[in-house]
Design a protein around this ligand. Sequence first.
Ligand code: SUG
Length: 449
Amino acid sequence: MSQAFEVNFDGLVGPTHNYSGLSFGNVASTGNQRAASNPKLAAKQGLAKMKALHDLGFKQGVLAPHERPDVASLRQLGFSGTDAQVIARAAKEAPAILAAATSASCMWTANAATVSPSGDTADGRVHFTPANLNNKFHRSIEHPTTRRILQAMFADESRFAVHAALPAQMHFGDEGAANHTRFCHEYDGAGVEFFVFGASAFDGRYPKPARFPARQTLEACHAVARLHGLKEEGVVYAQQDPDTIDAGVFHNDVISVGNRNVLFHHEKSFLHQQDVLDELARKLAAVGGQFVPIEVPQAEVTVEEAVKSYLFNSQLLSRADGKMIIVVPEECRNIERVWAYLQKLVHSGGPIAEIRVFDLKQSMQNGGGPACLRLRVALSASEIAAVNPNVMMSEALFGTLNAWVDRHYRDRLAPEDLADPQLLLECRTALDELTGILGLGAVYPFQLA
Ligand code: SUG
């Protein structure tokens, strides 16, 4: 039996979690603009999921939140003075920009980076490319800190390579693992990496969505595959159906999820869907895997119901007996047809045999479900031993982080609170302590200044 694991690194929700309607094309985000948030509850909901999966025996880690508001970005945009003056001026002259600079969006760590396990890469190292998240200003400011945090967690350069993000330009719009899945037989063997793009930046022959933006380009997928040293026979590219992007599927992980040899997806996920599935089956067979697609028909769950319930923004986790657990948000239980589908799925005798439901409402209201909140890193036992041990979930870390949240987080943030300069100080105090807890060293702008 292989000694390799998929480790899920979940984003710890930051103290400034709020609803600012920043993500055009993400219907939950725009629909909840100006609602009051509860950062304390959001962080605790995320921690509860991490702990529950840890208790079930899965390897679970934590990715730290970022310093917000990002005063450096505000200064770059011409707001000047002391930090408090910068915030006051931005609040008065450009509240939408202040909101963007205050977003806790790094919590959705599926967008932190694309990860290629060592079994796939030319140099046998695990490769990470932080996503430039170029399509949205509030997300485009994440990657420098994300990179420093990943370097502090995966510091051993003989095993891990943490690249810089792709050029910050729409041609190379990159959304990280939200548009990437890896299929394999064993986590440490060779696999097939599946890159899903929304449009091509340079080739006009590819169709484009009409209403909402395509965040990920084909050219970004190619660039990441080159940087990671992937072999052509180990890669499949597919275009998302542009109509589903226009229906609110802003990332591929809102319409499909894969694990090991299984792809759980909707009938309307990809263009030329049958060709895509055939290529995945052929390439996975070449590395010893037997591809199992599970396709959900529109007649049973519509794209609209998929977007509302986040059925596909689920986690598929392999149990020790080889069967899989599907981790879904509570919203799936609240939509009768989706819940009926899930019941049928787990009683079908197929690979997915168990449902776990989590209350992640604080994140869901911004369009972030269970899969958005985690970055998957497949690691061999010796690679796991080289990861910074302080970031791995445990009984003790769970207690420490809950107490840390209790000490530093507010339980309500309304839009007008973002103008409060105290919020920055609260965030810095919390993060200063957190870098100690997680053994990250100096990773935030205020620590590096
Ligand atoms: O990028 N929402 C995030 C949600 C990301 C979900 N991630 C994955 N599907 N993997 C986004 O659209 C909303 C922030 C606000 O409106 O305040 C936001 O950024």
